[in-house]
Write a protein that binds this ligand. Structure first.
Ligand SMILES: Nc1ncnc2c1ncn2[C@@H]1O[C@H](COP(=O)(O)OP(=O)(O)OP(=O)(O)O)[C@@H](O)[C@H]1O
Ligand SMILES: [Mg+2]
Length: 429
C-alpha cells in the first residue's frame, strides 16, 4: 500500500516534472490564462520582473498561480507575497489557497496552512509561500530571506521601502523581485524598472497591458465607467499606462507620505483628553456616505475612524452620525448640508453643523485639504478607496466619485483653520 509519504514523494517528483508554467496551468489546474497572462508566464526569468496593467487584468490571479508553480518546481524555496496592507497581500495568497483546496493533486501536496502570525502555505516539497505587509517601515519583512518576492500593487509602496527592505530579503540567494501594479506615480521605482525593461535591459522583464486583455471581466461595464473618471484615471486604471498627473489636485507624493507615516490600525478607540472632529459626506442616489474622524489634538492630524456605506435610510444615517459624534466626543461634526443633507441636518442639529457647498466654499474646503497634505499635517492608515479617490480627484468633479475626498476635507475643515489661511465665512464667520 502507498503510504502518505510515498504519495508525497511521487507527487513531488511529478511536480518537478510539471514542466513549464503553461502546462502546469492547463494540466494541473485546468486554468486557461488569457493571452497577456500567457506571455507573462512564459517570459524568460530575470532578476526583476515588472507587470503593469489596468485593473482587473488578472494580475493577482496569475501571480498566485505562478507562485504555486514555482513552489512545486523549486523544492525548499521560500516566496513572499508583499503589499501595502496585509489584506491587499492576502488577495493572491487566498487565490493560491483556493486552488489548492479545489485541485486534489495540488491539495495532496499541501503540508500545512498557517494563519498566524502571518498566512503561510507549506508544501511537502518543503517550499513555502508566505504573506507580509510592508506596513510600519517594513518591520515584518526585515530579516527574512526569499527566493522570490512578489510585490502586489507595488506602486503603493515607496521606492525607499522596496530598495531598503524588500530587496534585502532577496540579497542572500540572489532572488527574484516581481513587481506587479496598476500604474500610480510616474516618478516611482516601478515606473523606472518598467522603462528599463522595455528599453531592453537584460536584467529586467517588463510587460504592460490594458484591462481589456482579460476576457473574463465585463468589458461593457468597464466602458461605462469612462464617464466617471478623469482622462488620467482612465489611462491608469484601464489602459494600464502611466498618466501625466502633474496637474493633479492632490499630488501622489503627498498622498503616499500621508499613509506611509501611519502606524495604527482602524478604528482607533477614543482616548480621553483628545480633540476629535468628524466629517460626513452624504450619499446622493447611488454613491456612498462616508464618515471620517480625525484626532486633531496636534499636528499632524491623525485619521482614527473611517466608514462608508450605501443605501441607508436617512434616519439611520442621522443616528450613525450622532453615534460616532458621541463615541469620540467630537469637538465638531461637519456634514455636507447641500440638497438631501438638509433633511439629515435637521435631525442632528444639536451635534452637527452643516457645510454649505458653493463654488467658492468648495474650493476653500479642498484647498484646505491640499494644504494639510502638502505640509504633512495629515496622516491616515492606507485605505485603498480613499487613496485612489484622492489621486483621481480633479477640480471638474461633476462626474467623479468624491465621497471619500469630501468627507476627509470636511473633517479637516472641522479641525479648524491653520493660521495664515483664510476660510470662507460660512462656518467660521
Ligand atoms: N485566466 C483567467 N480565467 C478566468 N478568470 C480570470 C482569469 N484571470 C483573471 N480572471 C478573473 O478576472 C478577475 C480579475 O482578476 P484579478 O483580481 O486577478 O485581477 P487584478 O488585475 O489583480 O485586479 P485588481 O486591479 O482589482 O487588483 C477576477 O474575477 C478573476 O477571477
Ligand atoms: Mg489585484
Amino acid at each position: 500500500m502507498l503510504t502518505r509519504d510515498r504519495v508525497a514523494e511521487v507527487l513531488t517528483q511529478a511536480a518537478r516534472d510539471a514542466g513549464d508554467a503553461l502546462s502546469f496551468c492547463r494540466r494541473w489546474l485546468g486554468w486557461e490564462p488569457h493571452e497577456g497572462q500567457q506571455r507573462w508566464l512564459v517570459a524568460p526569468r530575470r532578476n526583476t520582473a515588472v507587470l503593469v496593467t489596468g485593473r482587473r487584468w488578472g494580475k493577482s490571479e496569475v501571480s498566485a498561480i505562478q507562485a504555486l508553480h514555482f513552489a512545486v518546481t523549486h523544492p525548499r524555496s521560500r516566496q513572499g507575497i508583499v503589499s501595502v496592507t496585509l489584506d491587499q497581500a492576502r488577495l493572491s495568497f487566498d487565490v493560491a489557497l483556493a486552488i489548492c483546496q479545489r485541485e486534489p493533486l495540488l491539495g495532496a501536496l499541501v503540508e500545512k496552512v498557517k494563519e498566524t502570525p502571518f498566512p503561510t502555505l507549506r508544501l511537502k516539497t518543503g517550499s513555502e509561500i508566505t504573506v507580509r505587509t510592508a506596513a510600519r517601515e517594513g518591520i515584518y519583512l526585515r530579516g527574512h530571506k526569499f527566493h522570490r518576492c512578489i510585490v502586489d500593487e507595488a506602486d503603493y509602496l515607496s521606492e525607499r521601502l522596496i530598495d531598503e527592505v524588500v530587496r534585502m530579503t532577496l540579497a542572500d540567494v540572489g532572488g527574484q523581485l516581481v513587481l506587479i501594479s496598476t500604474p500610480r506615480a510616474r516618478r516611482g521605482l516601478v515606473y523606472r524598472e518598467l522603462q528599463r525593461g522595455l528599453a531592453g535591459d537584460p536584467t529586467v522583464y517588463a510587460q504592460t497591458g490594458p484591462t481589456f486583455e482579460n476576457p473574463n471581466v465585463r468589458h461593457d461595464y468597464i466602458r461605462s465607467l469612462r464617464d466617471h473618471m478623469t482622462a488620467a484615471a482612465w489611462q491608469r486604471e484601464v489602459e494600464g499606462v502611466y498618466a501625466d498627473d502633474d496637474a493633479a489636485v492632490f499630488g501622489w507624493q503627498h498622498i503616499q507620505a500621508a499613509y506611509e507615516a501611519s502606524t495604527w490600525a482602524l478604528p482607533e478607540p477614543p482616548k480621553k483628553g483628545r480633540r476629535y472632529c468628524q466629517g460626513v459626506d452624504l450619499a446622493k442616489a447611488e454613491d456612498w456616505t462616508v464618515h471620517t474622524v480625525l484626532d486633531a489634538t496636534s499636528r499632524p492630524h491623525r485619521l482614527v475612524h473611517w466608514e462608508r456605506y450605501q443605501r441607508m435610510p436617512w434616519p439611520a444615517v442621522a443616528a450613525r452620525i450622532r453615534e460616532v459624534h458621541q463615541r469620540y466626543d467630537c469637538h465638531q461634526t461637519l456634514i455636507d448640508a447641500t440638497g438631501v443633507g438638509d433633511a439629515v441636518l435637521d435631525e442632528v442639529r444639536d451635534v452637527a453643523q452643516g457645510f454649505v457647498f458653493t463654488r467658492r466654499s468648495k474650493v476653500d474646503l479642498l484647498t484646505g485639504l491640499q494644504v494639510v497634505l502638502e505640509k504633512r499635517e495629515l496622516v491616515f492608515p492606507f485605505i485603498r478607496e480613499l487613496v485612489d479617490e484622492l489621486q483621481g480627484y480633479a477640480w471638474d468633479d461633476d462626474k467623479l466619485q468624491t465621497d471619500c475626498v469630501m468627507s476627509l476635507a470636511l473633517a479637516v475643515w472641522a479641525a479648524g483653520p491653520r493660521t495664515g489661511v483664510e476660510f470662507a465665512p460660512s462656518v467660521w464667520g
